[in-house]
Design a protein around this ligand. Sequence first.
Ligand SMILES: NC(=O)c1ccc[n+]([C@@H]2O[C@H](COP(=O)([O-])OP(=O)(O)OC[C@H]3O[C@@H](n4cnc5c(N)ncnc54)[C@H](OP(=O)(O)O)[C@@H]3O)[C@@H](O)[C@H]2O)c1
Length: 355
Amino acid sequence: METRPITREDAALERALDLAARGTLAGGNPRVGCVLLAADGAVLAEGWHRGAGTAHAEAAALAAVAPQDRARLVGATAVVTLEPCHHTGRTPPCSRALHAAGVARVVHALDDPTPRAGGGAAWLREQGVDVVTAAEAGLRGELVTRARELLASWATAGLRGRPWLIGKTATTLDGRVAAPDATSRWITGPEARAHAHEVRGQVDAIVVGTGTVLADDPALTVRTPGGPAAPRQPVRVVVGERPVPAHARLRRGEGEWLHRPTHDLAAVLGELHARGMRHVLLEGGPTLLTAALRAGLVDELHAYVAPVLLGAGPGAVGDLGVTTIGQALRWRTTSIRRLGDDVLLTALRTREGKC
Ligand SMILES: NC(=O)c1ccc[n+]([C@@H]2O[C@H](COP(=O)([O-])OP(=O)(O)OC[C@H]3O[C@@H](n4cnc5c(N)ncnc54)[C@H](OP(=O)(O)O)[C@@H]3O)[C@@H](O)[C@H]2O)c1
């Protein structure tokens, strides 16, 4: 932890990161936050990106400047978690909007890695704007690390051609996902299930194998805390050769669903990526999760563990080809959270953890 005094730009970037985290993972756009500082260092306005098709963080912040403060944008500093974009997509380029407003300095935590949207910093510099990265501006290193963590899944998914895959398990203390008769409702309690619904609401798609559809007949929709369906539903994807029964609950209900009669999960993920999806939740069951782990497709684990013992029944994962402890797939814990009686452990794959 650095000990030098926190500057106004440090504080602005910290705030911009908090704002960015309010955004959604769904829809292929990065989560970005922006704080506008007047030349005297006062905060003029702030904004964040609420998802594809809506205003970018910089545009949202510019729009939030009070009419009596608009003149103070001349000579202002924009502190942004990601380099301002320089392309016209569903919204106009942020680089031009900042320049037109009179912003004189831009501090961004990270460069935009995408060839399509990048180039904003270079263009702004050509217009005479002072553009620096947070590192060049001497801002606190941990803020840049936070920015990188916030955007890692989006950047990784964008560059490598398949979505960031989150593998979810809900297990007993003895690592089982169902009883011997295949029943699994409910291993975890209401708080953990509500959290799992929140995560569903954040991703582009949910993937399950035919085994889970046949055993559990899940709807896989996102419910709001009060019970009704959330306005945005992820695409529900069933993978496996057996047909989805005509009476299956996922055929009814809100949102799109797809069945891909294949075992080639990588191809299915490639198809979802081509449709602009960047975050996908793999909700099981053990056969599909095992295949995904063996193929090195799982980027992040969400392991809900309940203080329940079954003593028999299928485990969260099957044979991973590990015969000795040195071959174990190892993960790095990123958070631990208590949800009622249950615990949620989230983890990222380590380099050695690659199958
Ligand atoms: N607690 C939890 O977190 C949780 C979550 C989900 C499920 N479950 C439980 O898990 C049980 C179902 O387990 P499951 O393993 O049968 O479910 P599953 O993994 O959802 O489905 C397995 C089926 O998916 C198909 N499949 C698709 N891609 C595959 C691939 N690459 N390799 C192998 N198979 C592939 C195969 O079916 P085809 O023959 O049709 O091709 C396979 O039999 C149920 O008891 C359910 O309650 C628990």
